[in-house]
Write a protein that binds this ligand. Structure first.
Ligand SMILES: C[S@@+](CC[C@H](N)C(=O)[O-])C[C@H]1O[C@@H](n2cnc3c(N)ncnc32)[C@H](O)[C@@H]1O
Length: 215
């Protein structure tokens, strides 16, 4: 059984968050369908191609920045993929209010903002990461990609030492074209890396039974 070493991390306080504007829970969440989440989907390049390639999995892709979300939504409406839901929200509040424990099979965080001057805002440094892990199924995976080697180095250390996950690290192939940022970095000849983090059997978090209060 894996229990987090709580002394390393401040507790996340989900009860302090406010319901996102225009909030709704997509019907698929309450079904048995395989569900994946993308955080920071940008203009949706990865979300659209993932949904086309994985018709057996429903992807909820969240983007906070309005103009990027509008471009994403426009493409999503043109393609009308039944297994893709595009959400305009902050992924932290949205996840807290919308997702029950152990619901997700995969989570994608592709080329997050580097937050080099504010490392507390890097995803694996945030107390929210424990909540995110509570929403992942046993054996589920989180895929994180970045062109910033220090971001990947730190995330890999955090994943092993604080979050006690199984971690694989790989170089993103030069031919990969999953997201707009990935295309841009690889075209400039920059190296990109990816971590695949697996939630082990028996993993426990402080949010495994936490649900938002009925409003
Ligand atoms: C560097 S961009 C990468 C976009 C896309 N994944 C790509 O690779 O082309 C990071 C994106 O994450 C979004 N983002 C950052 N924090 C977020 C949050 N808490 N909730 C939703 N989106 C977020 C930003 O708005 C931005 O569009």
């Amino acid at each position: 059984m894996t229990t987090l070493s709580h002394r390393h991390c401040r507790a996340f306080l989900p009860e302090k968050l406010f319901l996102p504007r225009d909030f709704f829970i997509p019907e698929v969440v309450a079904t048995k369908a395989t569900l994946a989440l993308e955080i920071g989907a940008g203009r949706g390049k990865h979300a659209l191609s993932f949904a086309i390639a994985h018709s057996d999995c429903h992807l909820i892709a969240i983007e906070r920045t309005k103009n990027k979300f509008m471009a994403f939504e426009k493409s999503a409406l043109q393609q009308l993929l039944p297994n893709l839901t595009a959400i305009h929200a902050d992924a932290i509040a949205w996840t807290v209010f919308a997702l029950p424990p152990k619901r997700l099979s995969r989570i994608f965080i592709l080329y997050p903002n580097p937050e080099q001057h504010n490392p507390n805002q890097q995803w694996l440094n945030m107390p929210f990461f424990e909540f995110l892990l509570s929403r992942l199924q046993t054996g589920g995976e989180i895929v994180l990609a970045s062109n910033i080697e220090a971001y990947i180095d730190n995330s890999e250390t955090q994943a092993r030492d604080v979050w006690q996950l199984k971690v694989e690290r790989a170089r993103v192939p030069d031919s990969s074209q999953r997201t707009h940022f990935e295309v841009k970095y690889l075209a400039r000849g920059e190296a990109c890396w990816q971590l695949t983090m697996i939630k082990p059997n028996g993993y426990q978090t402080r949010f495994d039974d936490w649900l938002p209060k009925e409003s």
